[in-house]
Design a protein around this ligand. Structure first.
Ligand code: UDP
Length: 247
């Protein structure tokens, strides 16, 4: 299967498997290169089409995982290839498992103090040999940012998970990666809330049927407003399919 970058509605995505995503990160750690991993879902595609700044964050990322089932289906319908969903919330634990085995330490930046601490405790429980070199809540002011950058660098962490929501976490990476010594950066959105048990992941059946979005919608109907991106995305995919000669 080709892992060459594709463009869905003009927005880039890397059709990698979970294993390939972890391998990329492992490679950056080994060679000392820096790389960031961002998640692409229908909501982000719609935002990126309307917002050149967000499009720029995605275009300059080293790895763009297909986080939403909408991306997987959209790409299939457009004849852009068949690949699986790689959820950011699943990739983060996989990267921690790899870091534990290979001896790299991690830093957790984001969410409120309580959620952040509980997410760290969860990871420590799951990966006892993993070194969590440091952590910080995600509400650091501009004024205190140099202190945070120093804190992360002094911690020696080689992987940084940024859970600030989009596009705050993408902007933060773009701005501060050049000042940071860590190698792997992943934007993980609300994953610390999931780890802390604040937000529940959908039961296995919903995940297996690729309807995790439906579970989240049922649990939090206000998300419906945010989900307007999904019909917009699907409409644009269909429009592109009907008007282009792809396939
Ligand atoms: N957050 C943060 N700093 C901010 C704004 C938000 O740390 O300045 C955290 C917030 O506490 C939550 C996460 O970012 O833990 C956002 O999660 P959400 O599910 O909204 O992310 P997205 O839908 O963008 O993936």
């Amino acid at each position: 299967m080709s892992t060459e970058r594709i463009h869905i509605l003009g927005v880039p995505v890397d059709p990698v498997t979970m294993e390939q995503a972890v391998d990329r990160a492992r490679q950056w750690l080994k060679t000392g290169e820096q790389g960031n991993i961002l998640a692409v879902n229908p909501e982000k595609v719609i935002t990126a089409r309307a917002n050149p700044e967000v499009h720029g964050f995605l275009a300059s990322a080293r790895l763009l995982i297909p986080d939403g089932i909408g991306i997987v289906l959209g790409a299939r319908w457009l004849g852009l290839g068949r690949f699986e969903r790689v959820a950011g919330a699943d990739l983060m634990p996989e990267l921690c498992a790899m870091a534990e085995v290979e001896g790299y330490s991690v830093f957790l930046y984001g969410a409120n103090e309580d959620v952040n601490q509980r997410a760290c405790a969860q990871l420590k429980g799951r990966y006892p040999q993993l070194t969590i070199a440091g952590s910080s809540h995600g509400f650091v002011t501009q004024e205190d940012m140099p202190k945070l950058i120093e804190h992360i660098n002094r911690s020696g962490a080689m992987l940084v998970f940024a859970a600030l929501g989009s596009p705050t976490q993408e902007r933060w990476m773009q701005t501060y990666m050049p000042q940071l010594e860590a190698r792997v950066f992943q934007g993980v959105g609300g994953t610390f809330d999931v780890l802390a048990g604040e937000v529940r992941r959908a039961p296995r059946l919903f995940r297996a049927l690729n309807i995790e979005w439906l579970y989240r919608l049922l649990g939090n109907p206000t998300r419906l407003l945010r989900q307007t991106a999904l019909p917009k995305f699907m409409f644009n995919v269909l429009k592109t399919k009907l008007t282009s000669k792809q396939d």
